[in-house]
Design a protein around this ligand. Structure first.
Ligand code: ATP
Ligand code: MG
Length: 173
């Protein structure tokens, strides 16, 4: 059996990227593997934070603030929070403690230029072996797609948001 160590990217505009990553976390945890979930640009509450932190072998840490990040001129604090998240993610990967590391919404942080793409690609290129990395979020940069071993794009065919149904607790967050 091949061990872990590939890079997976879940991108696209449809719903299901973060929840797909959390589903994979569940599968890994079921076999007793260790999973770290690092969430960027998330200041609101999400049901998963009340679940995965209570599960043995799993760590979930969320970075972000409630205000929306301005893509054209991100606030210093938003850059700082993204840097903190990346610093934490690097330590988690370098610890080699976890077989699966999920970098939730990293694609968006890269697209918004909160983090320097080339440094991140460089780190990923030289990462320790044996750790499966899952990177989620819309607007995945082309260079990351080129580096990844698996890319899934979730297409938005329909979303209840279009009918005016706003985000629902337990479904969207
Ligand atoms: P989920 O967390 O439900 O798997 P996601 O990770 O694919 O969704 P994101 O791009 O992270 O989606 O979107 C952030 C939030 O917006 C989520 O709560 C998601 O459910 C919701 N969402 C996803 N697609 C749309 C859409 N087309 N319009 C409005 N809201 C959306
Ligand atoms: Mg998401």
């Amino acid at each position: 059996m091949m061990t872990f160590g590939l890079i997976q990217v879940y991108t696209g505009n449809g719903k299901g990227k973060t929840t797909a990553a959390l589903g994979l976390a569940t599968r890994m945890l079921g076999y007793g593997y260790k999973v770290a979930i690092i969430q960027l640009m998330k200041g609101w509450e999400y049901g998963e934070e009340y679940f995965f932190n209570d599960i043995d072998n799993c760590l979930l840490k969320k970075f972000g603030r409630k205000e929306f990040v301005d893509k054209n001129s991100p606030a210093k604090i938003d850059i700082q929070l993204a840097e903190d998240a990346w610093e934490f993610a690097r330590k988690v990967i370098e610890s080699k403690e976890y077989q699966l590391v999920i970098l939730d919404e990293l694609n968006v942080a890269l697209d918004f230029k909160l983090l320097p793409l080339h440094d991140i690609l460089d780190f990923l290129r030289h990462r320790p072996p044996g750790i499966e990395i899952v990177i989620t979020g819309r607007y995945a940069p082309k260079e990351l797609l080129d580096m990844a071993d698996l890319v899934s794009e979730v297409e938005e065919y329909k979303h209840p948001y279009k009918k005016g149904i706003s985000a629902r607790k337990g479904i969207e967050y």
